[in-house]
Design a protein around this ligand. Structure first.
Ligand SMILES: C[S@@+](CC[C@H](N)C(=O)[O-])C[C@H]1O[C@@H](n2cnc3c(N)ncnc32)[C@H](O)[C@@H]1O
Length: 424
């Protein structure tokens, strides 16, 4: 029961707009309970679109308003009944009813909960066969089909249900470490753990800072900064520091800038673990004005993050066109200032973990038009060995969750990368 209450509380927070993060030891001390609760929540989030279809079918009058944990508990139980049958139908029904009896805002709905879940149980075989197309919001599916084609989008739906493996970037390229981790090599210094039986902190090499967690797609942009060693590089929007670490590993003098003090603290901790010491600046990237311009600027701009839906399925349901338009404006302000921070001849890398062309390809057109001293420095397929298909004819990089990095299994975040040079 505790497990279900904790899971419902986390799901309710995510439905209310919080970013999803798995439950930790602080919330549920027992490892098995925690794994089960996280499985319930992630299944409810991954299957959100299909559960919406079920709710429309099951609730004649829609969800009751102001009903506390009712919706979260119901979604968890539907996820269990239809998609996690190994957990047993009885507990899905019984525990749901008991859970809302403990919530003063929802307890008057225990009869409805019981009736709805019984109907769902009777229909569970039919619900289990629901079309994959209902997994993705219609507006995103339409835009992505135009941008990437129907086959890729079918792959996105599969990737959403599958979730993401754990990708690491190696500080030390040591075959023994790769073997001890049980990892597969992907591209360059990225490796992948398809499954793991322990928390990240307990994996070999964590304490010694021999690797950091970074999706294979997220590791691409910093590799495309190709300067002479010891050049000065500004990492804009740097926290928690995945790309900062790569730039330091590549031999540059790195300044990491972010405007979020809490996230910068995480960056400092991550760098301390890795034995790296960038200069760290807390500032607004839209008007940061350095005394000396930089040879390279990497801007990992805040974005809709739709490319991360395998780990954050909630981004699919919490983003709307208005949010994305706001991000597009912010990205332009940050791009314009990143350009100002750059020395003539310097390299600017712009990237976002978004699948939206408005935050990627269309921003390149805007930048080339609005910032006349900027030209594209096309990325060559040979620079992305093992993932050549991600390089577009214009020399941009576009990854998506149906792509396969190197010899790995399919799946990586959706990322967009452009490389520019400042001409004057
Ligand atoms: C996509 S995350 C960066 C991830 C990071 N580059 C990495 O590889 O680990 C975006 C970051 O932008 C920061 N940010 C958002 N708006 C900003 C602004 N106006 N100035 C500086 N940083 C900003 C956020 O605090 C967040 O840390």
């Amino acid at each position: 029961m505790k497990l279900r209450l904790v899971a419902a509380e986390r799901l309710k927070a995510v439905l209310g707009g919080d970013h999803f993060s798995p439950l930790g030891t602080g919330e549920l001390a027992d490892g098995r309970d925690r794994a089960l609760a996280n499985r319930l929540i992630t299944t409810a989030l991954r299957r959100h679109g299909q559960i919406n279809t079920m709710l429309a079918d099951l609730l004649d009058k829609g969800l009751p308003p102001r009903s506390g944990s009712f919706e979260a508990v119901l979604r968890l139980s539907l996820a269990q009944l239809v998609f996690l049958p190994d957990l047993g139908a009885h507990s899905a029904l019984f525990l749901a009813v008991e859970a809302i009896k403990r919530d003063s805002k929802a307890r008057h709905l225990s009869g409805l909960m019981n009736a709805v879940l019984r109907r769902a149980q009777a229909n569970s075989a039919r619900y289990g066969l629901m079309d994959d197309a209902t997994l993705l919001p219609a507006a995103f599916a339409k835009g992505w089909t135009e941008a990437y084609g129907a086959e890729a989008v079918a792959g996105f739906a599969e990737a959403l249900v599958e979730g993401a493996p754990l990708d690491l970037t190696l500080r030390d390229d040591d075959p023994e470490l790769v073997e001890a981790l049980g990892a597969e090599r992907l591209i360059a210094d990225s490796v992948r753990l398809e499954s793991r039986d322990r928390p990240v902190e307990a994996l070999p090499g964590y304490d010694e800072g021999r690797w950091w967690v970074q999706d294979a797609a997220s590791a691409i942009p910093a590799r495309l900064m190709v300067l002479d060693p010891n050049k000065a590089v500004l990492d804009v929007c740097a926290a928690p520091g995945g790309k900062t670490a790569q730039l330091i590993k590549a031999g540059y003098r790195v300044t990491a800038l972010d405007n979020d003090a809490g996230r910068l603290e995480r960056l400092r901790q991550n760098m301390a673990r890795l034995g790296y010491s960038p200069k760290v600046i807390e500032a607004d990237a839209a008007n940061f004005d350095p005394a000396t311009p930089f040879d390279g600027v990497l801007l990992d701009a805040p974005c809709s993050a739709t490319g991360t839906f395998r780990r954050h399925p909630e981004v699919l349901w919490s983003r709307n066109a208005g949010d994305i338009a706001g991000r597009v404006r912010l990205q332009r302000a940050l791009l314009a200032n990143a350009y100002r921070c750059l020395a003539p001849g310097g390299t600017l890398i712009y990237c976002v973990c978004s699948l939206e062309p408005s935050e990627g390809e269309e921003q390149v057109d805007w930048a080339l038009d609005a910032l006349p001293g900027l030209e594209l420095a096309p990325i060559r397929a040979a620079e992305l060995a093992g993932l050549e298909q991600a390089v577009t004819p214009r020399g941009l990089v576009r990854t998506h969750p149906a792509m396969t990095p190197g010899n790995g299994n399919a799946g990586m975040d959706g990322f967009f990368v452009a490389r520019f040079r400042r001409t004057g």
